[in-house]
Design a protein around this ligand. Structure first.
Ligand SMILES: [Zn+2]
Length: 324
């Protein structure tokens, strides 16, 4: 089954593609049109106790008690807010009068913070006071640390919307590799915050993927970066097998997406993720931000559970969308 993956400027294209997909070498052309050939990678879920609901219940009780105590503080803040807005307005006027030449980087940050406080925080005081009592984000986002791909900036996440972990090359290590800051965040988001969606975002011109694709087999990693990006080794191997006749740049672009799909599979190696996904309590999605052309691809992993679907295929891609 061969499907066209990269589409023209279509807003909402829904396809079903077996997962994961590896591109055949002949299926990538210079006009950025890719076709795919399905393949399969298995997972071995491990069973451990799910404790997320207990944690959330305890958190909610605690939040209720704290809310009662904070009513007076909120009222006090609200009465001060109008005065503070006027004060900040004057301060921002003074800052803009000083001009940019004399600003240091931290002057800029201070100005931006005070602008945020005046225009967003104080204008939406109830919302931010509610957030002060606790968070209940709908998304966990795993994105690259690259300064050009800030998820809140490009997707409009506001405070409280998304629990975000950023690392080099937006990789999700498999369960068996042990603790890292990424899977610590994953555990908290899934079991304590009970997010409903995990979105892994890859991007164009990723230096981490380029480092991964540049590594030689005989190379012994001596830096912190190389052992980390080796988490994506399966993606680099499948890319080199499928796209051997393409340029290195094209292979990197291919691997940027392929590694997202491997990260989605790695998410399912965490027993508490696999269980929630198979029960329909959690959805996992891939994304790809091309900042050269400013486009965004989004797709969702359909997981049939450890027993597999009717045809024996555990994974497929659904609800693929291309935003341009
Ligand atoms: Zn990157």
């Amino acid at each position: 089954m061969v499907l066209l993956l990269l589409l023209s400027s279509t807003m909402s294209v829904t396809t079903t593609t077996q997962f994961p997909f590896f591109f055949s070498s002949s299926s990538l052309s210079n006009n950025n049109t890719l076709s795919c050939t399905p393949s399969f990678l298995g997972t071995s879920p491990i069973s451990i106790r799910i404790y997320g609901s207990q944690v959330k219940l305890a958190k909610n009780n605690e939040t209720h008690l704290r809310s009662i105590g904070s009513v007076k503080r909120i009222a006090s803040l609200r009465s001060e807010a109008s005065k503070e807005t006027l004060s900040l307005t004057e301060e921002l006027k003074e800052m803009s009068a000083v001009g940019n030449d004399s600003e240091t980087l931290f002057d800029e940050l201070r100005n931006k913070f005070l602008s945020f406080k005046k225009l967003k925080y104080l204008e939406n005081l109830d919302h931010f006071q509610n957030l002060a009592q606790g968070q209940s984000p709908k998304f966990m986002v795993i994105a690259c640390a690259d300064s050009r791909v800030c998820p809140s900036n490009i997707l409009g996440f506001q405070p409280g919307d998304a629990f975000i972990v950023r690392n080099v090359a937006n990789l999700v290590p498999p369960f068996e590799t042990g603790p890292s800051e990424t899977n610590a965040g994953l555990e908290f988001a899934v079991n304590s915050l009970e997010v409903e969606n995990i979105l892994v975002i890859g991007h164009s011109c990723c230096g981490g993927i380029r480092a991964l694709m540049s590594m030689q087999d005989e190379e012994h990693p001596s830096s912190f970066i190389k052992p980390w990006v080796l988490i994506g080794k399966k993606a680099s191997l499948s890319t080199k097998a499928a796209a051997a006749n393409l340029s290195f740049e094209q292979q990197c672009t291919h691997c940027e997406k392929e590694s997202v799909n491997h990260s989605l599979l790695n998410l399912l190696t965490y027993p508490w993720v696999e269980e929630k996904v198979s029960k329909g309590m959690l959805s996992i999605h891939g994304g790809y931000y091309d900042f050269v052309n400013c486009t965004f691809e989004k797709w969702t992993l359909d997981y049939k559970g450890s027993s597999g679907g009717n045809g024996g295929d555990k994974h497929s891609i659904i609800d693929r969308q291309f935003w341009s």
